[in-house]
Ligand binder design. Structure first.
Ligand code: EPU
Length: 425
């Protein structure tokens, strides 16, 4: 199993580019199952979760090819409308194929995801939404079996709570349903809007994606992306945010390029409040964000929320930052019930953190020192990398396959701005 060896204490300086968003690429790839024509996508990151989703598409019968940085999916025929346990157990987002497969094939069989390091993560909201569109759903042998032999029918759906992939799954089903679907209490994440943008290019009729009410007029069929064109997915706001926090944490001067500041307003506000200087320099192509810090940071409280609130996917990284800030920061996690697995590992590096249910009280600044630590999930691993960059001495992070699920070439990118980080086999 690969490990990262990191020598801390080096300020990060220079320019670092964000890749395409993993959490956009996943539903966008699933959406390719909705048409028999070819769909070409640009900026799909090469990370392990994407390889898993590509495996799922191939299992269903689609051809997936990568050329010149673009991915083309050809789902002309779908032989197996299912997502087997072997794949789903490694990636919960596999449930994103449920909606597209029922809508296109009239049936789907998707393994139920088990528990996960960050919480229970059920898919009851996905199922309830599909049932509202007329699918008959059974649970058997650890699988969800959904059927709609005569097609789906549009309906009003109000989600009990906001779910990102739940919204995406239902949206992908609704585009081929008969008549109008209205999704209330929809997730407003930029990734939802991105999937909708692709679906619209494929001929879907959608209004309001990116807001809490989405209206869909079903169509009979969708087409591929027009020949010679590709849908470029949005930049990864969580990766970009992780780099911004790294810049502030190492008292560096870092410019994150190819990102979208509008998707990162909550983090930018918190970084400014903590005393880092964040600007948005004009740039030729794409947009960028520069963060500078002299190393004197103030503690600020933070509560995770659905977009446009502070993303839960940056909570662990922000906690690493708060270990270096003066005062006590209260960090409240409201999205997942068990997303504090990084706390014990940060404590092993010298952090002073007290857990009280869904709250963590981080007292700082503390001197972090390198240690051997274990990555427990994707974003927890990222927070350990950040802590290691700020720590005195050497840190060895085990189980970095977690980080490989969602960060493209992270060690090469960080080394490019001065980090001393090596992958060891
Ligand atoms: N929930 C239910 N029932 C459901 C679905 C969700 O109770 O059917 C609960 C969850 O247990 C959670 C809350 O609703 O407590 C919100 O979960 P959501 O469904 O929004 O999460 P998700 O769609 O499974 C996506 C991202 C996550 C990110 C969350 C929250 C993808 C592929 N995954 O997950 O990303 O943390 O939204 O923003 O888009 C990551 O990238 O590291 C990651 C975990």
């Amino acid at each position: 199993m690969d490990k990262f060896l990191i020598q801390g204490g080096q300020p990060l300086e220079g320019r670092i580019a964000a890749s395409g968003a993993k959490n956009s690429a996943l539903p966008v790839l699933a959406a390719c199952l909705l048409t028999a024509e070819k769909v070409t996508l640009d900026r799909i990151p090469q990370v392990r979760d994407i390889a898993t989703m590509e495996r799922l598409l191939k299992h269903a019968g689609a051809q997936v090819t990568r050329r010149n940085g673009q991915v083309t999916v050809d789902a002309a025929t779908i032989a197996h409308p299912e997502a087997p346990y072997e794949v789903v157990k490694t990636m919960r987002a596999s449930s994103l194929v449920l909606g597209p497969l029922v809508a296109r094939c009239g049936r789907a069989r998707v393994s139920l995801p088990g528990g996960c390091a960050i919480g229970a993560r059920p898919i009851n909201l996905h199922v309830a939404g599909l049932e509202r569109l007329g699918a008959v759903v059974r649970q058997e042998h650890g699988y969800i079996e959904a059927e709609a032999p005569h097609g789906l029918t549009g309906a009003e759906v109000t989600f009990d709570r906001i779910s990102v992939t739940g919204t995406e799954d239902l949206l992908m089903a609704a585009v081929l349903a008969r008549g109008e679907t209205v999704i209330h209490n929809a997730a407003c994440e930029p990734e939802v809007a991105d999937v909708a943008a692709l679906l619209i290019k494929m001929g879907a009729r959608i209004e309001g994606a990116g807001t809490s009410t989405i209206r869909v007029q079903g169509v009979d069929r969708l087409h591929g992306t027009p020949p010679g064109t590709a849908h470029a997915i949005i930049p990864d706001r969580i990766e970009a945010g992780t780099f911004l926090i790294a810049g502030a944490l190492t008292a560096g001067d870092l410019t994150v390029t190819d990102c979208e500041p509008e998707h990162l307003r909550a983090l930018i506000a918190k970084l400014n409040e903590a005393g880092a200087e964040v600007t948005e320099p004009a740039q030729g192509q794409g947009r960028s964000i520069r963060v500078r810090s002299k190393g004197k940071l103030k503690s600020v409280d933070m509560t995770t929320q659905e977009h446009p609130g502070f993303p839960t996917d940056l909570q662990a990284q922000f906690m690493a930052l708060m270990t270096q800030a003066d005062g006590i920061a209260m960090i409240t996690e409201t999205i997942f019930e068990n997303r504090f697995m990084h706390v014990q590992e940060l404590a092993r590096m010298g952090a002073n953190i007290r857990l009280e249910g869904r709250r963590a009280l981080v007292a700082g600044p503390t001197r972090l020192s390198g240690a051997q630590v274990i990555a427990s999930d994707l974003r927890a691993s990222a927070s350990l990398v950040l802590a290691a960059l700020a720590a005195a001495g050497e840190t060895l992070i085990d189980r970095v396959y977690h980080i490989d699920r969602g960060y493209e070439k992270i060690e090469a990118k960080l080394a490019g701005v001065g980090a001393r980080i090596k992958r060891v086999k």
